[in-house]
Design a protein around this ligand. Structure first.
Ligand code: AMP
Ligand code: MG
Length: 488
């Protein structure tokens, strides 16, 4: 079932706006498979009507008819401040296929567009498309992206750009902001409908439980704690962790000014419009916790159905306290795997943290460092290990390496098996900003070959792909500071 709430207070029927002369920019055959959409030998939908559908120029193909496209209302906290009603200002939900909601982002104005034009530019659409598919291949929960369709329709941002529509998929796009919306309106019936829908369709384990709404909160919180641990492990910075961008399914959604870490800076801020660094890399876990507090406040009336107000507050407060514990467990699991530590030992967290500190001090490339860690042999000598050259503090890394080698010596796996396992969690290829930027610049001149190439490479991020070695390298110094703003 697509968006569950009916009625003008929750969602409005909205048709996409026609866009002139749409053309394919990129298409994900893996997503097509997900929704059972047949593709032809040119790796595009067999049914040619899909181009017009995904452009927002038609509501049907040969086999599907979307009768009631909608935009939904939500609210939220932006940069820590209550922003009131927001809503799908430029995303239109066409309907559901094979358990996936199909949304067109940038398909024109909706009743929630406020001052916006309802459009998205080619640049940001390619970024969302590539990153969604890359994250999925990294094993990180995310909305998916089926296609980017371009048009020469001019769009004004900081400069004049052109429009595109990104077709995205998720089992549900319900956000923390949907709960906050109805909580702010003190509409407990709507809160209940949202929660009942999520339980019935996406959290069946919470069903038939006396405290089903509390369990729902706990599960959403757990999924999001695990999600941030995934992000931290792969060096992903979301950029705009406002509560309206937080999925109730624990998916990465609303890709904007995101960035993967190149040189490791613990306090890296990927969004150049985030002047206070609220959404810096090292703050993501605590910000997600904050967003879960927004969800807890919004769900309070649901817990009050069975408890006194004071009791409900105490219950939710202690549920919220679980977040840092769940996050720490997930973080430790991910980083232990990144270092190839499979036996549980007390000192491991310290070992991981000391490595991160050394990497930060020397601004070491995050992805390549972890990838190379897997190739270390147990019987190596610290000074023989080439990656020590990446560190300014040689003494520090030698000391760390001595400890690490001693720790590895206690592991049961041989070097080769450990390397194989570590290569399954330490990607070789990530969507570095300079790679995305190069693909975008070519695409802006109607050459989509780099988008295609990146999509292909990022679909197998853990494979060696010797022929694509150059795509694994850190950016050259002049590419290190590509500015990514909120403008999209
Ligand atoms: P975002 O920061 O992209 O998650 O967007 C925050 C809010 O602004 C959401 O409600 C969006 O739907 C809305 N929004 C962003 N860009 C536009 C646009 N160009 N036109 C209309 N609404 C927009
Ligand atoms: Mg958003």
């Amino acid at each position: 079932m697509a968006f569950p709430l009916k009625g003008d207070d929750a969602a409005r029927q909205t048709s996409p706006t026609l866009i002139p002369n749409p053309y394919w920019v990129s298409f994900s055959t893996s997503c097509a498979e997900l929704i059972g959409l047949p593709v032809s030998s040119d790796r595009l939908p067999l049914d040619k009507k899909w181009l017009e559908l995904l452009a927002g120029n038609a509501l049907e193909t040969e086999s599907i008819h979307f009768a009631t496209p909608i935009a939904s209302a939500y609210s939220g906290h932006q940069f820590g401040v209550w922003a009131g009603q927001l809503g799908d200002g430029r995303a239109i939900l066409l309907g559901e296929i094979a358990g996936q909601e199909l949304q067109l982002k940038g398909a024109g104005k909706t009743p929630y567009s406020r001052m916006g034009d309802g459009r998205a530019v080619l640049r940001s659409s390619i970024r969302e498309f590539l990153c969604s598919e890359a994250m999925h291949s990294l094993g990180i929960p995310t909305s998916r992206a089926l296609a980017v369709v371009g048009s020469k329709l001019p769009i004004m941002r900081e400069t004049r750009e052109t429009a595109a529509v990104c077709a995205r998929l998720a089992p549900s796009f319900i956000r923390v902001g949907h709960f906050e919306h109805f909580a702010s309106l003190q509409n407990v019936d709507r809160l209940r409908e949202l929660a009942d829908y999520l339980i019935a369709e996406h959290y069946p384990d919470c069903l038939n439980n006396k405290n089903s709404y509390l369990r729902l909160f706990n599960e959403i919180s757990k999924r999001n704690a695990e999600l941030v641990a995934h992000w931290q492990a792969v060096g992903f910075c979301h950029g705009v962790l406002n509560s309206d961008n937080i999925s109730t399914l624990g998916l990465t959604i609303d890709y904007g000014p995101f960035g993967f870490l190149d040189q490791f800076e613990i306090d890296h801020v990927c969004n150049h419009s985030d002047h206070s660094g609220r959404y810096a890399y090292h703050r993501q876990p605590q910000i997600m916790h904050w967003n879960m507090a927004c969800l807890a406040s919004a769900m309070l009336p649901l817990i009050e159905i069975d408890h006194s107000s004071a009791e409900a507050q105490t219950i939710l407060r202690s549920a919220l306290e679980e977040f840092p514990i769940m996050y720490a467990a997930a973080w430790q699991k991910r980083f232990r795997e990144k270092l190839g530590l499979y036996l549980l030992e007390d000192g491991d967290t310290g070992l991981i943290e000391r490595l991160l500190q050394l990497m930060h001090d020397s601004r070491v490339d995050y992805t390549t460092l972890f990838r190379r860690l897997g190739a270390i042999k147990k019987d190596a000598l610290p000074e023989e290990i080439l990656l020590r050259d990446d560190f300014i503090d040689r003494e520090g890394i030698d000391l760390w390496m001595t400890e690490y080698l001693a720790r590895l010596a206690r592991e049961l796996l041989d070097d080769e098996s450990r390397n194989t396992l570590m290569n399954k969690v330490n990607p070789k290829y990530i969507l570095r900003n300079h790679l995305a930027q190069h693909a975008i610049e070519l695409a802006q001149n109607d050459d989509f070959s780099e988008v295609e190439k990146l999509l292909k490479i990022l679909t197998k991020p853990f494979d060696e792909q010797a022929e694509n070695e150059a795509y694994s390298r850190p950016p050259a110094p002049h590419h290190q500071s590509i500015a990514v703003s909120c403008s999209s």
